[in-house]
Design a protein around this ligand. Sequence first.
Ligand SMILES: *Cc1c(COP(=O)(O)O)cnc(C)c1O
Length: 425
Amino acid sequence: MNLVNYKEEAQNLDKDDDLKSYREKFFFPTTEADHCIYLVGNSLGLQPKNVRDFINIELEDWAKYGVEGHFHARHPWYSYHELLMETGAELVGAGKGEVVHMNGLTANLHFLMVSFYRPREFRFKILCEGKAFPSDQYALESQVKFHGHEPEDAIIELYPREGEHTLREEDIELAIEEYKDELALVFMGGVNYYTGQLFDMKRIAAKCHECGITVGFDLAHAAGNVPLNLHEWGVDFAAWCTYKYLNSGPGSISGIFIHEKHSKSPELPRFAGWWGHNKKERFKMEPGFDPIPGAEGWQLSNAPVLAMAPHLASLEIFKEVGMAKLRAKSLKLTAFLEKLVKAVSAENGAKLEIITPSEPENRGCQLSLLTHGYGKELFDYLQTNGVFADWREPNVIRIAAVPLYNSYMDCYHFANLLNEALKKY
Ligand SMILES: *Cc1c(COP(=O)(O)O)cnc(C)c1O
């Protein structure tokens, strides 16, 4: 196969890419090969070069001020989390008071379920996608057990139809309708981590509300990847991590969304801590929890400033670019990558099947490739030659071309190596 035409096309697309300068704002890992084709921004985003400065400011101020840094640091730690609120909210289509950053993602799922999974006698079930990320499965299972139920009775997992890889939107709606009198919660990923399917969250939320069911989303693979409009969609709650598409470093701080309609509901139980308490009264250290209205009222501990600093650095970049431009490039970049993968596969006996939906509105950056008849040696060849991708047993390769720092030439280089690997094995 002649890949040369694609090379020229990639070079031209890169030349015309108005986001191309952002690639320079990130560190790419060094490899044994002479290049690095980084296609795992869906797992751990690259380090923005401005992160070090943001962390250094806090290290310097800690050294200079000690405890006084809570009020006298350049970014006072007492209110540090507030610096993330506005851009963090914009990113997911929320009002400022609806988003706060705290803890890790799975911890937040539990804290949110304290408030939003309220099983009653005949309505105690949770509907979720089959093959959800394991941590989400464990969280849901342990939550239903905590309330005295068995996961087999209380968790309904939705699977694609026979012979299909992804869920049909109408089947999700039908399931909600079918179980509506038994469901306490519908909880799904915004983008499934395995298939890369982007769910129609607006439609799911509308159906849930029609049936009087609380609905929440895990946005680990959606935040910073696809445009979100959580407030308008009427989603009740959501949480996400910031180390995947949001480039904020390993295990970094998580974001939560709580719809305004719940912000002042005193009947909602929650696990409270002093950072969720009325800011004016907090340091009086008096008994009687008085929650801050909005998502901030769900905070427990004082802000982990050194974990928040990289996210502040990263959000600065997102604020500058905006999700609209990122999505526009992402659609083109992913379509190009898909075209190349299909061409390479066709050339080599059609052994690769893309299980991610082909409609752009049903996916983000990620493509999941099922490698019929190939084992991990295919993946190892790519890895040895400078490709960072992700292998899921038994035979799925996940790749994500991220619009902030991936180029069309990255896609070309990947396709070229894939072609070599398919010929070799
Ligand atoms: C990455 C990911 C997680 C990871 O959870 P942590 O608590 O951040 O370790 C959880 N759920 C989903 C859907 C993910 O994609």
